[in-house]
Design a protein around this ligand. Structure first.
Ligand SMILES: *Cc1c(COP(=O)(O)O)cnc(C)c1O
Length: 456
């Protein structure tokens, strides 16, 4: 597809005035920007009237599709009633009160407290500040180091980017000191010759404990983990991973924070990814699908112990000195209340469960391709890893931009999917039908065949 380069085209206007984030600029230069006007169910439509099945739910988050009438109605009703307010100085909207009740109710916690932000990055950033604040308040100001894993994605603010385990952050001089990355629990890639998956998990648990001891247990503020790594390439944990690391964290008094920004609210087939992997964290970070993508919002859901400790720390100085102007925005809260209801009670979570076998079957079929090294995933999130040589797991030369080419070919076929390293990521909206899922796999298969024929 050639870009429309006329100066008044949407493509040219987009390029002239927008600085693109997380975008392969050579692709934009050669192909132009896809400028979208609206969506219909799981499809989005561009300014030329072309329809694309969005197999990435926008950015993981538009789980109810792009035109859900109940969600827009909830937003409109709240805009009419009370279109904006903060949650400072002892005031907050009734919607905020109701959403906090709901989040604690649907959380794995018997009780807890909720704090709001506008994004997942801010939620992780806020959680780190909470940990620093509460450890200092408890007489342990040296407990400041944060443990995460390589390939983790926790966001882009200075702190959450430091938690993210991606090499691209070096251009910013990040991570900040005191942010420590452990081995990614990706058995296919990180497992050693002859090492079983159980042995791999044990090695990672040992690495965690060794690192805690080497750093000094009293210098570690917390451990953050996505139940399934998302933007790192859809990496489910190795067998028994959380069961192996949690006792070690408990032994050294280190809180386990589950970053459920992608896995929260149904993506893995249960309401929480931690439920799917059978562990109860000390706090949950939520964002993205908490509003089904209809409003920017992040939330920290603290379990009982962290709630009590943080409340005590705040009471000691009569305040938790932190908050965003739009924290707990009433429209966002009204939408989140509706989105949770839609996911839980209007068949979306049921559909994730019902369609997971078909999704896995489609992934398995595509993974038979000699240039797909593995497929991996959980529920309705998955990745196909492209390789030059399946037996040796050798990747393609990165200059070939294989995953970008696959994604661009998909776009030409009317399918949006995401290149991530050498993998292709699929995470369709929860409303996807069987026929739409078949369309997704058929188009991706065509694109894989075409691109592998070009590069092999
Ligand atoms: C997207 C994401 C974030 C960051 O959320 P933003 O809203 O983009 O700041 C944090 N953690 C995880 C697991 C994510 O997927």
């Amino acid at each position: 597809m050639m870009p429309d380069t006329a100066p008044n085209s949407w493509e040219s206007r987009a390029e002239a005035n927008s600085l693109y984030g997380f975008t392969d600029l050579p692709s934009v230069q050669s192909r132009g920007t896809v400028v979208l006007t609206h969506g219909e169910g799981p499809y989005v439509v561009d300014v030329h009237g072309r329809r694309y099945l969005d197999a990435n739910s926008g950015l993981w988050n538009m789980v109810a599709g792009f035109d859900h009438p109940g969600l827009t109605a909830a937003a409109k009703a709240q805009y009419d009633r009370f279109p904006g307010y903060h949650a400072f100085f002892g005031r907050m909207s009734d919607q905020t009160v109701m959403l906090s009740e709901k989040l604690v109710e649907v959380s794995p916690f018997a009780r807890g407290r909720v704090f709001y932000t506008n994004s997942g990055s801010e939620a992780n950033d806020t959680m780190v500040k909470m940990l620093w604040f509460l450890h200092a308040s408890e007489g342990k100001p040296e407990r400041r180091k944060i443990l995460t894993r390589w390939n983790a994605y926790h966001g882009v603010t200075a702190v959450s980017a430091s938690m993210t385990g991606k090499p691209y952050n070096s251009v910013f001089g990040l991570p900040l000191p005191g942010f420590i990355h452990l081995t990614s629990p990706h058995y296919w890639r990180e497992g050693r010759e002859g090492e079983s998956e159980a042995e791999f998990t044990r090695r990672l648990a040992q690495e965690l404990e060794d690192r805690i001891i080497a750093e000094g247990p009293d210098t570690i503020a917390g451990f953050f983990a996505e139940p399934v790594m998302g933007a790192g390439g859809v990496i489910p944990p190795s067998e028994g991973y959380f069961q192996a690391v949690q006792p070690i964290l408990k032994k050294y008094g280190i809180p386990l924070i589950a970053d459920e920004v992608i896995t929260g609210f149904g993506r893995t087939g249960n309401l929480w990814g931690s439920e799917t992997y059978e562990f109860v964290p000390d706090a949950i970070i939520s964002s993205k699908n908490i509003t089904a993508g209809f409003f920017p919002m992040g939330a920290i859901i603290l379990g009982p112990e962290l709630s009590d400790r943080l409340q005590a720390a705040a009471e000691a100085i009569e305040e938790f000195p932190h908050g965003f102007t739009a924290s707990g925005h009433p429209v966002g809260c009204a939408i989140a209340l509706k989105a949770i209801d839609v996911v839980m009670n209007e068949g979306l979570l049921d559909n994730v469960r019902a369609l997971t076998p078909r999704f896995e079957e489609g992934m398995r079929r595509l993974a038979e391709n000699p240039n797909i090294g593995e497929w991996r995933g959980k529920g309705l999130m998955g990745a196909l890893e492209a390789v030059k040589d399946k037996a040796t797991k050798t990747p393609f030369d990165s200059s070939l931009s294989v995953s970008e080419r696959v994604a661009n070919t998909c776009t030409d076929l009317g399918l949006i999917c995401r290149p991530l390293g050498q993998a292709i990521v699929l995470c369709p909206p929860f409303i996807i039908t069987e026929a739409q899922m078949d369309e997704m796999f058929d188009k991706l298969e065509q694109a894989l065949k075409k691109v592998f024929a070009e590069v092999a």
